[in-house]
Write a protein that binds this ligand. Structure first.
Ligand code: NAD
Length: 321
């Protein structure tokens, strides 16, 4: 069995490798070659934690396994990231344990890659202003991946705790882009692309605050009950997702599905756009919305790539098991 420790991941997988792995696996999912199994994600009633596991199998790439872990909101105060996860890979031919891979950085990279893939295929070509809602750990990864997809000239941002906006400002500065903290009205009017990446359980961005011609990547909602945007915004937008079963149960779509304003049949797979089977954006004033729920196959794809690179670079630990 191979172990790839968390501390090795940064030297193995970069944004480009994550983007390629996620784009490829979304395409495989839409072709029915890769399947995610039902997600378990529960409030454990301790440490305010949400714990669960996501598993799946990619028949094309032979990645079989799961990611387990979750979200511990008190971790930041302990000097740890709130997200904690480990990816476990199994041999698809024998079911034997194959690898244990640190999943924290990989989660951030693959989540940012998913939003970036959605921007590549759905955002207006001439997008220049990126609006960020949320300033937590994931937000910097999101911003870095997003700006590689269009010629952004400015970042604007909002967070429910404005004192945390420094993370967005610092990241924008590192990217050589101006940053401005704005209210949600301005964010909705000025942004060509909006990324929401919060732990909110109530809508933050209202339908009326968003003009047309915008792409929105809703990345924070990955659990029953969470919500970042008003449900009527989904009814107005062209909605895409990584996986429909997850979108309607744990994703941003869950609320518009529950109140009947968004028929399930109107939700499309981003993978089908990647494969050229369906169209992405079809009008300049259209709102496209990507519900990025986070699927196991994203984790397995980046973890499998990390294992191969770790072996090649001699940093994988081999343990008899
Ligand atoms: P974090 O704890 O570092 O940051 C949380 C962010 O949400 C902060 O900006 C915080 O101010 C904001 N927030 C918290 N409570 C809020 C509330 N009630 N209303 C509005 N904003 C609130 O977390 P993170 O690692 O940046 O992750 C952000 C979210 O993304 C988490 O909810 C996490 O579960 C989710 N996530 C989703 C995926 C996916 O694939 N879809 C992957 C990783 C993380």
């Amino acid at each position: 069995m191979i172990i790839v420790p968390e501390k090795e991941i940064a030297d193995l997988i970069d944004r480009k490798a994550s983007f390629d792995a996620v784009e490829k696996v979304f395409a495989a999912m839409a072709l029915g070659k890769a399947r995610n199994f039902p997600v378990i994600r529960e409030d454990i009633g301790y440490a305010d934690a949400l714990y669960g596991f996501k598993s799946g199998f990619d028949r094309a790439g032979l990645a079989l396994g799961l990611k387990s872990g979750g979200y511990w909101p008190g971790n930041e105060a302990r000097g740890l990231t709130n997200h904690q996860s480990t990816i476990i890979l199994f041999d698809a031919d024998t079911g034997r344990l194959k690898a244990l891979v640190g999943g924290n950085l990989l989660t951030a990279l693959r989540t940012a890659a998913a939003a970036a893939v959605s921007i590549k295929y759905l955002a207006p070509e001439n997008a220049r202003v990126l609006g960020m809602i949320g300033a937590g750990h994931q937000s910097a990864f999101q911003m870095r991946a997003a700006v590689e997809q269009r010629k952004f000239e400015k970042i604007i941002g909002w967070n429910h705790r404005p004192e945390n906006l420094a993370r967005l400002e610092t990241t924008a500065k590192e990217l050589g882009l101006p940053f401005e903290a704005v209210d949600l009205d301005r964010l909705g009017v000025q942004s060509d692309v909006i990324i929401t990446i919060t732990s909110s359980f109530a809508p933050i961005l209202r339908d009326a605050q968003v003009r047309g011609g915008t792409h929105i990547a809703c990345m924070g909602t990955d659990t029953r009950g969470k919500q970042e945007v008003e449900a009527t915004l989904l009814a107005r937008a062209s909605v895409f997702t990584d996986e429909i079963a997850q979108a309607v149960s744990i994703g941003e779509c869950q609320h518009a599905i529950a109140d009947g304003s968004l028929p399930k049949a109107d939700i499309r797979e981003l993978g089908a756009v990647i494969n050229g089977r369906i169209k992405g954006r079809s009008a300049d004033d259209e709102i496209t919305l990507f519900d990025g729920t986070g699927v196991a196959l994203q984790d397995l794809a980046v973890a499998a790539a990390a294992v191969e690179l770790a072996i090649a670079k001699g940093v994988a630990l081999e343990v008899g098991f």
